[in-house]
Design a protein around this ligand. Sequence first.
Ligand code: ADE
Ligand code: ZN
Length: 326
Amino acid sequence: PASREFLAAMPKAELHMHIDGALSPAMMFELAQRNQVSLPYQSIADIEAAYQFTHLQSFLDLLYLGASVLKHEQDFYDVTRDYFTHCHADNIRHTELSFDPQTHTERGIPFATVIGGILRAMADAQRDWGISSALTMDFLRHLSAASAMKALEQSLPWKAQIKAVGLDSSEVGHPPGKFTAVFARARAEGYRIVAHAGEEGPPAYIWEAIHELQVERIDHGVRADEDPQLMQYLRDTQIPLTVCPLSNIRLCVFERMEEHNLIQLMDAGLRVMVNSDDPTYFGGYLNDNFFALADAFGLTRRQALQLAHNSFTASFISDEEKHRHI
Ligand code: ADE
Ligand code: ZN
């Protein structure tokens, strides 16, 4: 089995991490005071104690509440910078992070404020640690297609700084097909395409993301194993799945890590890799996810290296850049 030292030292990429999900309880508390936002918590310990989730929605309610402390460009910088300090510590060489503009624009924060702070932190991480990064803009699927289209239009001045668009938030009841026209427009504008599918939703939502949205990558996708034809398709096409082990345990997608299907998906020939999703909410950054897998499955060096390899091949960096990493 791979040791913790081996896993920690391995160069990696991360492809599924939400910036709002990197807000720590300490920073949430501090920003609430700095920005005079009232939270239903009296202390950092109170916030930590609230992190008991039963399913995706119970987490999202808290995620969106926490995000309300983010107001100024510097706040978005600070939370993104904090994530990058962990990238540096975890030996992440490239990261594709996502942001949800609607969480902020719906409460009156300008799009420019949100993206400005994030882009500045991305540039500083490249300068300070040589960590490359790309940005994905996720649409909130519980809101209307018209709202997503508006976010897409607002993003156009930053088209050169946004690599991809995706879909997140409450999955069940909001199938990918709700956003077919938005993603067609995004493709026409030159954005790469990803979507959350098959986290809590059925395999049919993964098919829909593939056929209706024309995704190049699936976020989560762990429920693919319920559909043999879909498994075959994902193996043949090598469409990557950005799997998030600790997230899936915290949100009760699997009861225990020992029951997680990541290794089975990898053994079936699918291109999967490890991601933290919302690290401050789910109890760990990327290396913690690898350690949890190692504890549950006795991950071998070969398996760990395969997962790290997949994280680079599934990324949106150029072939030339990929060769510098692998
Ligand atoms: N937003 C942040 N994390 C998410 C997840 N795991 N699923 C759906 N929406 C999210
Ligand atoms: Zn996610």
